[in-house]
Ligand binder design. Structure first.
Ligand SMILES: N[C@@H](CCC(=O)N[C@@H](CS)C(=O)NCC(=O)O)C(=O)O
Length: 220
């Protein structure tokens, strides 16, 4: 009997799904891709997780929610050559801190702008969108200073924090463009796009670009 493999319920165009996929691709971890484009996978997913935010990972009788926790789980149970959570606890703390930064201050405001656009015009929240764009500008400025002297988000190696940064900066730039003045953030985004694990995720998502509610730009 073949060894059981973890199952990832995810969609190729989803930023949080890409975050988990990068981790799987970095270490070439075998897994079953339950693509939520498929109705059967969607039904399984709905039965597993009523909150219905993806990705989730199912491994035996364990269901892991939240992209960050999926990556932590893979690091613990399916370790590979690329250590996405550093052994050193203090460095690991910084990695988790930057993961929170990308999630809370890049992805959350980016999603706010996109979700607002999906609402009927009468239900839109212009002040909320303005605040989200201000948050993105502030986050870009902070990150630009940080990335002036770095290749990756923390230390010298590619980590969980970069798994988060890659899709979140990708879509943030589509949503609220990163100004040319933030040259270090733009260069970091390009480095992430050249990373084979993320490049693969971006390529797999190409057919779904028409799904982007604001209209996908003709680049990347
Ligand atoms: N906190 C979750 C967020 C996941 C999330 O927002 N996923 C989006 C796709 S990128 C989603 O499930 N969207 C479906 C919806 O909002 O109903 C995580 O870190 O995994």
């Amino acid at each position: 009997m073949p060894a059981a493999r973890p199952r990832l319920y995810a969609h190729p165009f989803s930023s949080y799904s890409q975050k988990a996929l990068i981790a799987l691709y970095e270490n070439q971890t075998p897994f079953d891709y339950r693509n939520l484009e498929d109705a059967q996978a969607g039904a399984e997913f709905a039965a597993l997780w009523p909150i219905r935010r993806f990705p989730i990972l199912v491994d035996g009788d364990r269901t892991v929610i939240e992209a960050t926790c999926v990556i932590e789980y893979l690091d613990l149970h399916y370790p590979g050559p690329v250590k996405l959570i550093p052994e050193d606890r203090d460095t690991a703390l910084e990695v988790r801190m930057l993961d929170r930064f990308f999630d809370n201050y890049i992805s959350t405001p980016q999603q706010k702008v996109v979700f607002d656009h999906l609402r009927p015009e009468t239900d839109r929240d212009p002040q909320g969108v303005k605040d989200a764009c201000t948050m993105l500008e502030t986050a870009y400025a902070w990150l630009d200073q940080r990335m002036a002297t770095r290749e990756w988000a923390v230390g010298t190696a590619f980590t969980l924090a970069d798994c988060a940064a890659a899709p979140f900066l990708f879509y943030a730039d589509w949503t609220h463009p990163i100004d040319a003045g933030f040259a270090h953030v733009r260069a970091y985004r390009e480095r992430l796009l050249a990373r084979p694990s993320f490049k693969r995720a971006v390529d797999e998502a190409r057919p779904y670009r028409p799904y982007f509610p604001l209209g996908a730009p003709d680049r990347d």
